[in-house]
Design a protein around this ligand. Structure first.
Ligand code: GLN
Length: 190
């Protein structure tokens, strides 16, 4: 199992640590050639606009989009969810656009409004969830499955091989959300 972690910006180390806890080696993805042979890729939290700018500069945005369109399993957390979304309600650009959701950026407020809670996720039970300037899903297409909610906003969603969380499971000691992604990579609908 070879899972890449997009490493241009964001909380890369925390994802590597969580994968290691599951016995999976994460591979840093900084350049197009790092996409070869991956079974899945994690897009971490950070700043989606900065990540996009850096990916574009590295010549990584287009080949990664092609991989995603051809079915490479992806897991986006927070900024990663924004990168995957088809629409951003309060931002003029979209990035990869491979997940049929509309997200509102920074919907949980500013950095100082960060909070830790827990969500009850389908098939996983109660998992801890850290929200930092998190995006919330405001609309979604019929193929998108909701795995967890915060109030009435979906915060863990899946459409085929594309999986995304508004929160940061990598900042908790709990690896179950990542474990679910590893299963998606193993069984992938490719
Ligand atoms: N607000 C950030 C963005 O728009 C995401 C924050 C995060 O990843 N913790 O990209």
């Amino acid at each position: 199992m070879t899972i890449g972690v997009l490493a241009v910006q964001g909380d890369v180390r925390e994802h590597l640590r969580t994968l290691a806890r599951l016995g999976v080696a994460g591979h840093l993805v900084l350049r197009p050639e790092h996409l070869a042979g991956l079974d899945g890729i994690i897009l971490p939290g950070g700043e989606s606009t900065a990540m996009w700018r850096l990916m574009t500069r590295a010549g990584l945005a287009s080949p990664l989009r092609e991989s995603l369109v051809s079915g490479l399993p992806a897991f986006g957390t927070c900024a990663g969810m924004i990168l995957l979304a088809r629409e951003i309600t309060n931002w003029p650009e979209t990035f990869f656009g491979v997940l049929d959701i509309a997200v509102e950026r920074n919907a949980t407020g500013r950095q100082v409004d960060s909070f830790e809670g827990s969500v009850v996720a389908n098939g996983l039970g109660e998992v801890p969830a850290v929200y930092i300037r998190a995006p919330l899903v405001r609309r979604m297409g019929p193929q998108v499955k909701v795995l967890a909610l915060l109030g009435d906003a979906p915060v863990l969603v899946r459409e085929g091989n594309v999986f995304a969380a508004s929160f940061h499971p990598e900042l908790t000691g709990d690896a179950r959300v990542h474990e679910l992604f590893v299963q998606i990579c193993e069984k992938g609908e490719r």
